[in-house]
Write a protein that binds this ligand. Structure first.
Ligand SMILES: O=C[C@H](O)COP(=O)(O)O
Length: 249
């Protein structure tokens, strides 16, 4: 059975005091599902969050990293820096990175290589914009994003990769892809992986859905056979809501 995962992406929210408060709330919650639980605070709070969650089952992950090992990249953070504060997993390719920071498939392929070379696990995000969905081009867009950033890898690399389908039109909008739309795309993603790497790889990779997942819709979305969990934005900023989603399996 594939690993179920619920990851909270805090994006650019929560200063140190707010981070401490949310971490304390999260630690007080009871988990009834078998999902792996992760939270991604800002870079400045990673070390602190890792210390605070040391004795909990919640993993602290990063929202991004640069592909270079070090050097003249003002404002950037490398894979080894993340590892030095205890991070083992990094989100790459989030649509906000693609849109606001011009991250192309080519840049993302380099980030993927750098993360894997540093033994970091990756949550790799992709998804279509509304115009692609409306014109029926969504599968083509998603397939291309996956191929361009990941298909240079050997099959073994997928042991350290989790995929996250996030239709851009559903992020932070309150508009969710229907459970059927999510299932259809996840099945397409698995088929795309299977065509290149075979069924064993395709059936072992966890594929998360992201985009306005809330306590009231998580169960139906997670109930679909090819949906293995969620990448949660807004609802991850409230411990009650987040754990309602974690326990929706
Ligand atoms: O990384 C998380 C996604 O962008 C989803 O965000 P959202 O749950 O606020 O729509």
């Amino acid at each position: 059975m594939r690993q179920q995962i619920v990851a909270g992406n805090w994006k650019m929210n929560n200063d140190l005091a707010q981070t401490e408060s949310l971490l304390a709330d999260l630690k007080s919650k009871t988990q009834t599902s078998n999902a792996e639980v992760m939270v991604a605070p800002t870079f400045t709070n990673l070390y602190h969050a890792n210390q605070a969650l040391k004795n909990s089952k919640i993993e602290v992950i990063a929202q991004n990293m640069h592909f270079a090992a070090n050097g003249a990249y003002t404002g950037e953070i490398s894979a080894s820096m993340l590892k030095s504060v205890g991070v083992k997993t990094v989100i790459l390719g989030h649509s906000e990175r693609r849109e606001y920071f011009n991250e192309t498939d080519e840049i993302l392929a380099k980030k993927v290589d750098a993360a894997l070379a540093n033994d970091l696990r990756i949550i790799f995000c992709f998804g279509e914009v509304l115009a692609d969905r409306k014109s029926g081009n969504h599968e083509n867009v998603v397939g291309t994003q996956i191929k361009n950033a990941l298909f240079h890898l050997e099959a073994a690399a997928f042991k350290n990769i989790v995929l996250a389908y996030e239709p851009v039109w559903a992020i932070g909008t309150g508009e969710t892809a229907s459970p059927e739309q999510a299932q259809d795309m996840h099945a397409f993603i698995r088929k795309t992986l299977s065509n290149k790497y075979g069924a064993d790889v395709a059936n072992s990779v966890s594929i998360l859905y992201g985009g306005s997942v809330k306590p009231n819709n998580a169960q139906e979305i997670f109930g679909k056979p090819d949906v293995d969990g969620g990448l949660i934005g807004g609802a991850a900023l409230n411990a009650d809501d987040f754990f309602a989603i974690v326990n929706a399996f």
